[in-house]
Design a protein around this ligand. Structure first.
Ligand SMILES: [Zn+2]
Length: 487
């Protein structure tokens, strides 16, 4: 047998690359000013959008309003015209995400809670050159020529072509200062199919990644003991300052400084976690041809156990601690990294249904109550089997077994193919529910409630009217997943 994959057909890959900018203090001030102007413009645009009657909310009108604002409001002129256009584009995209059920409605952006960012939508403005082994230079509109850290070969200068080039960039400020994120489009040869073995991976809290061949990937705490103690001290200090603030009083400079110090420590922890995730996922993608993971619904896994006022939940603090541990592991990011890295190495990432993988015995295939003795130990209670071993290893073997039995869910062969579960749009769900009702039983109540909902739904989204996020006004019944298909 010979493979039918065409080896030489090149593939276009789009990715981001983030580099640290070396801005002089004056440049930092200019970039800060641009970011504040961009945020102000967003807020003005949002206010304009909410105020306008629906038929007047068009791109052309919004564009005219932005031009007028740039003429009328002096400090907006520090923002380049292209960046102002990008704000409008991002704003419209935010509404589209809301209408698609992927995000809530956009709102106003606060001065201190928003990530400072400025867009440079056109790649040709950047004029990137490499000036040193470790440094490149980039043009930033209305700031000037700035050095940035060169850590990756970018398609610039004679390496650029109409297919391989930098299509734009975005300036982002984080705890370490200003960074530039390039949008890169590159044409690469299609990778050879990876000949490596198959592996199942169990994502866990005590052992972050357990492999079905017995290997594990582990990491220590992201912060040292000293750093953790400092973080706790800063958080206590911030809480105390906040408590002593009178109502209506502005946040003091001291409190802002404490907030910045907390953000700095958290950013450090996140950088360490990202570093570990990148190293681990690269090693896995290099070694294995087929990687199998569980399809976890993380949002439901980290749901609070608080319950309601009438029926308070049990072990609330314990569950919230577990939720924090789950969130800290950032499994979603690990899986996303695995998806694109396996694809780049010619391998595949496969997801299998998660239920039962940690409770079933991987030797006999039976789920016997009490087999999972503790977080770490699995002893099969089936009298004919009696297999015992590490619980995470057992789960990883189950994951691989499910794939071998043909239970793969989504062939996640790259980032573009990873489908995100579309939440059921309230209007669509109600219509689907109503039509099901009417087709099946002729109930009076459903037809009675049908008229107002149908009138309000149509194709226009519920969150279009008024800025208030109309978040799922209690759909009549939990519609099954199949109802989310196009109607
Ligand atoms: Zn067994």
């Amino acid at each position: 047998m010979f493979s039918i994959v065409s080896q030489d057909a090149p593939v276009t890959r789009w990715f981001g690359h983030r580099a640290r900018l070396s801005l002089p203090p004056a440049g930092v001030l200019k970039a800060d000013g641009q970011a504040h102007a961009a945020r102000t413009l967003w807020n003005l645009l949002h206010a304009w959008w909410q105020m306008m009657p629906r038929e007047k909310r068009s791109l052309a009108n919004a564009d005219a309003a932005i031009r007028q604002a740039r003429q009328d409001i002096g400090f907006l002129e520090v923002l380049p015209a292209q960046a102002a256009q990008a704000v409008l584009k991002t704003y419209v995209r935010a509404w589209q995400n809301c209408w698609g059920g992927r995000a809530g409605a956009p709102g106003f952006k606060g001065r201190f809670r928003t990530v400072m960012a400025v867009d440079i939508p056109q790649g040709r403005d950047l004029n990137i050159t490499r000036v040193h082994r470790r440094w490149g230079m980039v043009n930033i509109p209305k700031v000037g020529r700035v050095r940035f850290r060169w850590t990756k070969d970018l398609p610039v200068g004679r390496h650029a072509s109409s297919e391989s080039r930098i299509t734009g960039a975005r300036l982002i400020k984080d705890a370490l200062g200003w960074h530039i994120a390039f949008r890169v489009q590159a044409v690469e040869g299609r990778p050879e199919p990876h000949p490596g073995p198959e592996v199942g991976i169990d994502l866990g809290v005590t052992v972050p990644l357990a492999l079905s061949d017995g290997g594990t990937y582990e990491h220590g705490a992201w912060l040292t003991k000293k750093e953790k103690a400092r973080l706790l001290r800063l958080e206590q200090r911030a809480a105390q300052r906040k408590r002593h603030r009178r109502p209506g009083e502005r946040t003091s400079r001291r409190l802002h400084r404490t907030y910045d110090q907390i953000a700095g420590l958290r950013a450090k922890a996140k950088r360490r976690a990202l570093h570990w995730q990148h190293q681990t996922t690269t090693a896995i993608a290099r070694t294995y041809g087929t990687v199998v993971v569980e399809a976890l619904t993380l949002t439901s896994m980290v749901r609070s156990a608080r319950g309601t006022v009438e029926e308070p939940g049990k072990n609330v603090a314990q569950k919230s601690g577990l939720n924090r541990s789950i969130s800290r592991e950032a499994w979603g990011r690990t899986v996303a990294m695995l998806a694109y890295k396996t694809a780049r190495h010619g391998g595949t990432l496969v997801k299998v249904p998660a239920p039962g993988t940690s409770r079933r015995c991987s030797a006999c295939g039976l789920t016997t109550p009490g087999s999972r003795e503790s977080q770490a130990v699995f002893v099969c209670k089936n009298p004919d089997c009696g297999w015992s071993g590490n619980a995470d290893y057992n789960a990883a073997r189950n994951v691989l077994h499910l794939y071998r039995m043909g239970h793969a869910l989504v062939p996640a062969a790259g980032r573009a193919v990873v489908r995100r579960a579309q939440r059921v749009k309230p209007a669509a769900a109600r219509q689907a529910g109503i039509s099901q009702h009417q087709a099946g039983e002729h109930s009076k109540s459903s037809s009675g409630s049908a008229t107002p909902t149908q009138a309000s739904s149509a194709r226009s989204p519920a969150c279009w009217l008024s800025g208030a996020p109309t978040r799922t006004p209690a759909p009549p019944a939990r519609t099954p997943r199949t109802a989310s298909s196009r109607c």
